[in-house]
Design a protein around this ligand. Structure first.
Ligand SMILES: Cc1cc2nc3c(=O)[nH]c(=O)nc-3n(C[C@H](O)[C@H](O)[C@H](O)COP(=O)(O)O)c2cc1C
Length: 224
């Protein structure tokens, strides 16, 4: 990412900048600012609605200039066991996962609620990438979840707590909790999002994450 951003300015969805002082437009001679988002689903099952939420995020991101969402899979990661770290090297699947997190500008978690918390596969992935050097450090992040009455909200708040120690910077608002079991239907049998309003809310969340990422990286270096 190679755009120079003024302090307090935000990249809008139409490619313009707005800030607390004068609004400016990115010069056409500058390289486009691409925010690369690594999206992680905490459920491994085939018909997972959380994987469906990520597919929807990828779909709607195509209408957001300067944003790319990549689904980073966690199903091949072994259970964390520090005995698997040999001579400073992690198992190949872990190295690959860590590299995907390291190269991302920000993180989108699709975090199911299991017994009032996040899932074991998601916590396992977070723990692997937290091993030194911590791949999460200083990354902006946000969460989507779907579930019962609270739409998976309790998993989100546990995840935010873990984010304090691994040094993620979670977006405060908007929050997105999808009530998966209440009408109208939000998902089909394969876990695809079929509810237009949910797609629009995912889009708003991604735009807010994009702005948050640019704002946090606005250190004058011109780099993400
Ligand atoms: C072990 C287990 C515990 C669960 N606990 C909760 C819970 O505490 N709160 C909730 O809203 N849903 C709970 N659920 C339901 C899941 O959150 C729900 O089925 C969700 O759709 C799973 O995500 P997925 O479709 O991406 O796999 C639980 C499901 C399982 C398998």
């Amino acid at each position: 990412m190679a755009a120079s951003l003024r302090a307090g300015s935000l990249l809008l969805n139409n490619g313009t900048m707005s800030g607390s002082t004068t609004a400016v437009r990115c010069s056409s001679t500058e390289a486009p600012s691409i925010v690369r988002v690594a999206a992680i689903a905490g459920s491994l099952r085939k018909g997972s609605v959380h994987q469906g939420l990520i597919r929807a995020a990828i779909e709607v991101s195509k209408d957001i200039p300067g944003l790319e969402v990549e689904h980073v899979k966690i199903d091949k990661l072994p259970f964390l066991n520090t005995d698997l770290e040999v001579n400073g090297r992690f198992p190949d699947e872990v190295e690959e996962f860590r590299a995907s997190i390291q190269k991302a500008d920000s993180i989108l978690f699709a975090s199911p609620e299991y017994n009032y918390s996040m899932t074991a596969p998601l916590k396992n992935a977070i723990d692997w990438a937290s091993r030194s050097p911590n791949c999460w450090a200083d990354k902006p992040a946000t969460i989507i979840s779907a579930g019962g009455g609270f739409g998976g909200g309790r998993s989100q708040y546990h995840l935010r707590q873990v984010g304090v120690f691994v040094d993620l910077h979670f977006l405060n608002k908007p929050e997105l909790f999808v009530k998966a079991f209440e009408p109208p239907a939000k998902f089909d049998a394969q876990g695809n999002v079929i509810h237009e309003e949910t797609k629009q809310r995912i889009k708003s969340l991604l735009i807010a994450l994009q702005n948050w990422t640019l704002r946090l990286n606005n250190d004058g270096s011109g780099k993400l």
